[in-house]
Design a protein around this ligand. Structure first.
Ligand SMILES: NC(=O)c1ccc[n+]([C@@H]2O[C@H](COP(=O)([O-])OP(=O)(O)OC[C@H]3O[C@@H](n4cnc5c(N)ncnc54)[C@H](OP(=O)(O)O)[C@@H]3O)[C@@H](O)[C@H]2O)c1
Length: 339
C-alpha cells in the first residue's frame, strides 16, 4: 500500500484527506515514479473550491506539479530508465503542436489522479527528465507555472532578444516569465501591489516595476518602455486588467491571455486597441510535452533556478495550500516527501 492525499469533498481544505491506496504497477509503455516533491498552483485552490472538472471521478488525487524518481518501467519502455529523475507533464496526452480536443481530459490533478501521492504510474510519454542542477523541489515547480510562462513568451508570442515584456503580478507564472524573458535577452516590466515586492522583483532582474494600485499604471508602463509600449504581455490579470494591458502595448504587440485573477469578464473596450495597433491576442493553456522539453533544455543551459517561497512535509500538505491561499507567498510553495 502507499499513501495518497485525495479530495473527499469540495468547498474547504477539510475535504483533503490522507488515505492508503494499493501500490500501482506499470503496464506496457508505463513507468512507476516514486514522487519526491510537489508544488501548488492557483488551479489547486480552484480545485479545493470544486471549480475544476473532475471527469466524473469522486475522489481525485490533487496536484499537477510533481517530481520524482523512476523506480520501475513497464514492457516496451525505451526512452527512460530506472533511477532517472523526472517531472510529470501537465496534459498527459498533449505531445506537440496545437492543443486538440483529443489531447484534453488527462490533466493531472483534475481530469485524472494527480501527483500528491507516494507513487504514480504514468505513460512513458507523460514524464520528462529534468536538468541535473535542479533539486526535486525545484523541478516540481515547473510543469504548470513555468511551462505556462514559457508557452506565453516563446510558443505563442515568439519573444525576441531586445524586446520588452510586461508581466502582471508577482505570482508563480509572472516570476518564471521574469526569469525566462531576462535570460533570453529581453527587458521586463512587472506590475505588483507592493513596494516591498517591487524591490525584490528588481533584485531578480526586473528592469521596471509599476504598482498596479495606481490607476495610471498602463501609462507608467509605456513610459518605462521608452514611450512606445511593450512588445509582449503576459496577461495574468483577466477582466480587471485586460484592456489596460492592451493600452500599454506597442503597435504589433503580442498579448498572451494567461490568467483570470481579477475575473472572467471582458469589460469591453478591447476592440479598438487591437484594431488600431494591430495587436495579436493568443490564448495559453499551459503547454505541450514539446513546450515542456524546450523549457527544460533552456533552464538547463541557462542554469536557472526556480524561486521557492516555502517548503512543507508530505503529511502537512494542507498547510502548503494555506500558504498559497494567504497571498503572501513570493515564489513557489513546495511539498517535500522526505522532509
Ligand atoms: N492559462 C493557463 O494555462 C494558466 C496556467 C497557470 C496559471 N494560470 C492562471 O494565471 C494566473 C496566475 O497564476 P499564478 O500561478 O501565477 O498565480 P499566483 O501565484 O497565485 O499569483 C497571484 C498574484 O497575482 C497578482 N495580482 C492580484 N491581483 C492583481 C491585479 N489586479 N493585477 C495584477 N496582478 C494581480 C498578485 O501580485 P502582487 O502580490 O505582486 O500584487 C498575486 O501575487 C491565475 O489566474 C491562474 O489561474 C493560467
Amino acid at each position: 500500500m502507499m499513501k495518497a492525499w485525495s479530495w473527499h469533498s469540495f468547498g474547504s481544505l477539510d475535504g483533503l484527506q490522507l488515505e492508503s491506496r494499493p501500490m500501482p504497477r506499470p503496464g506496457p509503455g508505463e513507468v512507476l515514479v516514486r514522487l519526491r516533491a510537489n508544488s501548488i498552483n492557483q488551479r489547486d485552490l480552484m480545485a479545493a473550491r470544486g471549480a475544476l472538472p473532475r471527469n466524473g471521478q469522486s475522489k481525485v488525487v490533487p496536484l499537477c506539479d510533481g517530481a520524482g524518481e523512476v523506480v520501475e518501467v513497464g514492457e516496451g519502455v525505451l526512452s527512460i530508465g530506472v533511477g532517472e529523475r523526472v517531472i510529470g507533464t501537465f496534459f498527459q496526452r498533449w505531445l506537440a503542436g496545437a492543443l486538440q480536443r483529443e489531447n484534453t481530459g488527462t490533466t493531472l490533478g483534475s481530469d485524472v489522479d494527480g501527483l500528491l501521492r507516494e507513487y504514480a504510474v504514468l505513460p512513458e510519454t507523460g514524464v520528462l527528465r529534468f536538468p541535473a542542477h535542479l533539486s526535486y523541489a525545484e523541478a516540481a515547480t515547473l510543469p504548470c507555472a513555468a511551462v505556462t510562462a514559457w508557452s506565453a513568451l516563446f510558443t505563442k508570442c515568439a519573444l525576441q532578444p531586445g524586446e520588452t515584456v510586461l508581466t502582471l503580478g508577482s505570482g508563480g507564472v509572472s516570476l518564471f516569465a521574469l526569469q525566462l524573458a531576462r535570460a533570453a535577452g529581453a527587458r521586463v516590466i512587472v506590475t505588483t501591489s507592493s513596494d516591498e515586492r517591487g524591490e525584490r522583483l528588481r533584485q531578480l532582474g526586473a528592469d521596471g516595476v509599476v504598482n498596479y494600485r495606481n490607476a495610471d499604471w498602463p501609462q507608467q508602463v509605456r513610459a518605462l518602455s521608452g514611450g512606445n509600449g511593450v512588445d509582449v504581455v503576459v496577461e495574468n490579470g483577466g477582466g480587471g486588467t485586460y484592456v489596460q494591458s492592451l493600452t500599454a502595448a506597442a503597435w504589433h504587440a503580442r498579448i498572451a491571455i494567461v490568467g483570470l485573477i481579477t475575473g472572467f469578464t471582458d469589460p469591453g473596450g478591447s476592440l479598438m486597441p487591437i484594431l488600431l495597433n494591430d495587436l495579436t491576442v493568443r490564448a495559453v493553456q499551459v503547454g505541450s510535452r514539446t513546450d515542456t522539453e524546450n523549457l527544460l533544455r533552456f533552464i538547463g543551459t541557462a542554469q536557472l533556478r526556480p524561486l521557492i517561497d516555502s517548503r512543507f512535509g508530505f503529511d502537512d500538505a494542507p498547510a502548503a495550500y494555506r500558504r498559497l491561499d494567504s497571498g503572501e507567498a513570493f515564489g513557489k510553495v513546495v511539498i517535500e516527501h522526505d522532509a
